[in-house]
Design a protein around this ligand. Structure first.
Ligand code: ZN
Ligand code: ZN
Length: 255
């Protein structure tokens, strides 16, 4: 009899998840409450910027989107916390290496977060950030979409979900890789990269929760929000991301 290899998860997070099988809180089922693995996470403090979840510096939010009033997101909610340590390793395993076990873990954590967060009932719709077909070339699937679709049956129990057939939002052109770009260049790169997938009245007045994997500058989420608000007529757009890139200081010109 062959034994399937255990899914590779990063360090202490793997140990916590291994110990988690008997969790009473999650009932041993599919969803995993992020609170159950809190010891491996770097949570967003209550003192962080409510709009973009960045740590404040000198009483102000240091992110360009907030400083210049550009961010069209009203509030950012984070499933795991800041983009570091075990959470970062897990997100990158799904996003960059296309690890199916990592994507499944993220889906279970998203399902657990939604089950554990009463405020999700305030939203009329959850919509994932779309992707351009060119960015999937050479990969088996698009990581965020795979995570979303896997968690969908559990998410539906708590809030109405976009079924992506057809999607409300589309990405109309590829965005050149954003990593290590200066913050201002990120805002420039995403301008006009998204559009409504079809003409619809279903978004009018809607309170939308926009799902993305990582918030770095917030430019991508903000551009999606702009389309949902200005073209779709949504009332508000909040972001839900797995992790928020922590501020590393202005001197580097990069976040
Ligand atoms: Zn648990
Ligand atoms: Zn902010």
């Amino acid at each position: 009899m062959s034994v399937a290899p255990a899914p590779r998860t990063p360090g202490s997070l793997g140990a916590l998840l291994g110990a988690h099988r008997t969790c009473r809180r999650c009932g041993g089922g599919y969803p995993i409450a992020p609170a159950c693995i809190a010891a491996a996470l770097d949570p967003i403090p209550d003192s962080a910027c409510r709009r973009c979840a960045q740590r404040r510096a000198g009483g102000c939010c240091p992110s360009l989107g907030c400083r210049r009033g550009r961010l069209r997101i009203s509030r950012t909610r984070c499933v795991l916390g800041y983009h570091c340590g075990a959470a970062r390793a897990l997100v990158l395993a799904a996003k960059d290496r296309g690890s199916a076990p990592a994507a499944t873990l993220l889906a279970r954590l998203l399902a657990g977060w939604v089950a554990d967060t009463p405020a999700v009932r305030d939203y009329d719709m959850i919509i994932p950030v779309p992707f351009h077909p060119a960015t999937v070339r050479g990969r088996r699937w698009h990581p965020l979409t795979a995570v979303y679709l896997e968690a969908l049956p559990y998410l539906r129990r708590r809030l109405p979900c976009e079924d992506l057939a057809p999607p409300f939002l589309v990405q109309t052109r590829p965005i050149t890789t954003q990593r290590r770009r200066a913050e201002a260049a990120r805002w420039h790169a995403v301008r006009g990269a998204f559009a409504l997938g079809f003409r619809t009245r279903m978004l009018r007045g809607a309170r939308v929760l926009l799902l993305d994997d990582v918030m770095t500058s917030g430019a991508t989420a903000s551009e999606c929000a702009r389309v949902l608000l200005d073209d779709g007529g949504a009332a508000t757009v909040d972001a839900c991301v797995f992790v928020r890139q922590p501020w590393r200081g202005r001197a580097r010109g990069v976040i």
